[in-house]
Design a protein around this ligand. Structure first.
Ligand code: PGA
Length: 239
């Protein structure tokens, strides 16, 4: 596991964008796993800036997102389909037919898994981490051998994500998510985290025991993980 602790959110985002950009340059048909949430927003912006400067071409890139809420229309501004369009896809030359989400095939989640397999598998999977240690929407207690499926969101997740909604009652309670096994099948994983409120869970995930109580702790077992943190999120693992 390679761990980078950068000075601040901007530097963390630059480092993450550089890692992704290099992968795309060496393989223009890269299969990218993507995450939503506030953490990767600036990374996506920097990648879009690189595209505008002519440094990157996304025309042959395929993407698979980690998760999306259930019960929201794909056109709902809160859906992760729209999050990705607004924050990334509308700013680059990706063919939207090459951008997939776990709920694109109704509840046929095996079809999503098959799409990933047919594409040759995910080369680089970007993940954030929840304060409760979730990756994707694999909440504490999720079995490590689960694949893409429907899940119920944890109270912590509903509370944390309510900041994006007018009212907590509007936060969907169910989601579709890649499983831990899906994520672990990626050839390389890029974990990003920033902010003081992530320092404890980053410590538990990277230095604590590997347990289903902290889903991200399984990453310790992956052969090719890069972690990019800002100073605040990295504070406890440094000591
Ligand atoms: P955040 O979410 O990037 O908004 O902190 C991360 C996550 O819940 O996986």
């Amino acid at each position: 596991m390679q761990i980078y602790i950068e000075e601040n959110y901007e530097k963390m985002s630059q480092k993450a964008a550089e890692i992704i950009a290099e992968k795309i340059k060496s393989n223009p048909a890269l299969i990218l796993g993507l995450a939503t949430g506030s953490t990767p927003i600036r990374t996506y912006e920097i990648l879009a800036e690189k595209y505008k400067k002519g440094e990157l071409d996304f025309s042959r890139i395929k993407t698979f997102n980690l998760d999306d809420y259930l019960g929201l229309d794909f056109n709902d501004p809160q859906s992760y389909h729209q999050f990705m369009r607004k924050n990334f896809f509308s700013k680059i030359n990706i063919d939207l037919k090459n951008a997939f989400f776990p709920n694109d095939f109704g509840s046929d989640y095996e079809k999503y898994e098959n799409k990933i397999k047919e594409s040759g598998g995910i080369d680089l999977q970007v993940v954030g981490i929840g304060r409760n240690g979730h990756i994707g929407f694999n909440e504490p207690g999720s079995a490590f051998d689960f694949y893409t499926r429907e899940v119920e969101l944890d109270e912590t997740t509903i509370k944390d994500n309510s900041r994006f909604f007018d009212d907590i009652s509007q936060v969907p309670k169910r989601a579709a998510t890649m499983g831990i096994a899906t994520i672990m099948n990626a050839k390389q994983i890029l974990l990003l985290a920033n902010g003081e409120n992530k320092k404890e869970i980053i410590y538990q995930a990277l230095k604590g025991p590997i347990t289903e109580k902290v889903p991200a702790s399984i990453l310790q077992k992956h052969q090719n993980v890069i972690v990019v943190l800002d100073n605040e999120a990295g504070e406890k693992i440094k000591t």
